[in-house]
Ligand binder design. Structure first.
Ligand SMILES: *[C@@H]1O[C@H](CO)[C@@H](O)[C@H](O)[C@H]1NC(C)=O
Ligand SMILES: *[C@@H]1O[C@H](CO)[C@@H](O)[C@H](O)[C@H]1NC(C)=O
Length: 401
């Protein structure tokens, strides 16, 4: 009888196409109780470093943050056309307070940032009639917002590239709330005194301007920030950004026997034992309850108690999982004789090459990585996803799942 022990940590071998977190960025451990506080400090520190670009990470300078063009969105009904371009935003790296909350279950980051002063500098074009006066002008404009709270909600998707896990922003929501605003438009009205008086009047009524114009652009603004965030996320695997992300360790022991087919020696797995030890398990059942909030709450509650649930169900799951792997392995072994699998077969234990096990680990790792697609010729299905059709063996007392 021969025993093959495969010990696979499904995680994190570093490849050249990914980057580590910049050394000046702080890394937080998801397992710690103060994770959100740590993340708040880390994000505030990272943003304040963006007064210059971090080109290696695809991050532009935020001083100023540039928005080249905003589509004209208003004025159709009120016979007044205005258009803004070359938006430059200053002051986003000076932060008074940051509050971050990361939910790994829903993969959402809620980020609240308070900037004491944010200055928008732009060019405008305006055309229309103000009372009886025709206006057709363009010039420079600015707006300054004081004590602005920005609340971003980023929703992430996750994907794997070269064995590394990456996050990607798939949805963004931004709400912006200033405490006060001041506007100035150069050149809107020919008479300078009248012009400055008009800007003063706008500033006094900043809430109206904010609701009517700025709110319309907040969505675009949020999208630009998530584009920048995604450039960074494409380069840095999520396991580099956070400590303590879950690795799953599987230890599977195959016991096999030799048999001869067409004059060649084959192996056949006769027994297997799979041990699986995750560091965390996240449950997500859809439509368990009609009410979405109740449904999500239930999933969260199960996720919090994953250890108990895992211990109750692990034996059931793991036996069947091991079964499925052994069946696939056997199909493969029946197609390839032993001499095809190994270069050189030791006749006694002492003859084994010293690095045989390292070589085998690498070979198995490499082979499993290739199973993101099926290899039909060898009877191997795709492992992404690994399809466990139904449970074959049920522990006593659990007839139906
Ligand atoms: C901004 O907030 C600070 C602290 O609460 C306050 O002292 C300051 O007066 C505020 N500034 C404006 C322009 O409202
Ligand atoms: C997961 O594995 C990687 C690489 O072996 C390690 O650096 C990381 O700390 C592990 N995560 C946990 C939560 O142990």
């Amino acid at each position: 009888m021969k025993t093959l022990l495969i010990f696979g940590v499904f995680a994190l071998i570093k490849f050249c196409s990914s980057l580590s977190l910049p050394p000046s960025f702080k890394k937080c451990d998801k397992r710690k109780a103060d994770f959100d506080e740590c993340l708040s400090v880390a994000i505030q520190s990272a943003i304040s470093q963006l007064d210059k670009p971090l080109e290696e990470y695809g991050l532009p300078s935020f001083e100023p943050f540039l928005i080249p063009n905003l589509p004209p969105k208003i004025g159709r009904k009120i016979d007044f056309y205005h258009r803004y371009k070359n938006f430059k935003i200053y002051g986003r790296t000076k932060i008074r307070k940051t509050r971050a909350n990361m939910d790994f279950h829903d993969k959402t980051l809620t980020l609240e940032v308070l900037n004491p002063e944010v200055r928008y500098v732009f060019e405008y074009e305006a055309k229309g009639k103000m009372f009886l006066l025709p206006i057709d002008t363009s010039g420079a404009g600015s707006g300054t917002a004081y004590n602005v709270t920005y609340v971003y909600t980023f929703t992430f998707g996750e994907y794997t590239r070269e064995d590394q896990r990456y996050f990607q922003v798939i949805d963004t929501h931004l709400v912006m709330q200033p405490q006060d605003m001041v506007f100035h438009f150069d050149n809107l009205l020919e008479d300078k005194e009248l012009n400055d008086g008009f800007s003063r009047l706008l500033s006094k009524n900043w809430k109206i301007v904010f609701e009517e114009i700025i709110q319309l652009y907040v969505e675009i603004y949020g999208r630009m920030y998530s584009d920048v965030f995604n450039r960074f996320l494409r380069k840095v695997p999520v396991t580099e950004i956070f400590d303590g992300l879950n690795n799953v360790t599987y230890t599977i022991t195959f016991t096999s026997e030799e048999y001869t087919k067409d004059g060649k020696t084959h192996l056949h797995v006769i027994d297997h034992n799979l041990v699986m030890q995750p560091q965390e398990l996240i449950f997500n059942f859809e439509n368990l309850f009609e009410d979405k909030e109740l449904n999500d709450g239930f999933n969260r509650a199960m996720t919090r108690k994953w250890k108990k649930i895992f211990n109750d169900l692990a034996s059931l799951y793991v036996v069947n999982y091991g079964h499925a792997y052994a069946a696939i392995f056997n199909k493969f072994l029946s197609k390839l004789p032993l001499e095809e699998l190994f270069d050189w077969l030791p006749t006694s234990k002492s003859a084994t090459k010293s690095d045989f096990n390292e070589c085998l680990s690498e070979a198995v790792h490499g082979a499993i990585r290739q199973l993101n697609e099926p290899m039909e010729e060898y009877g191997l299905p795709s492992f992404e996803p690994f399809f466990l059709g139904k449970f074959l063996r049920l522990p006593t007392g659990l007839q139906e799942l």
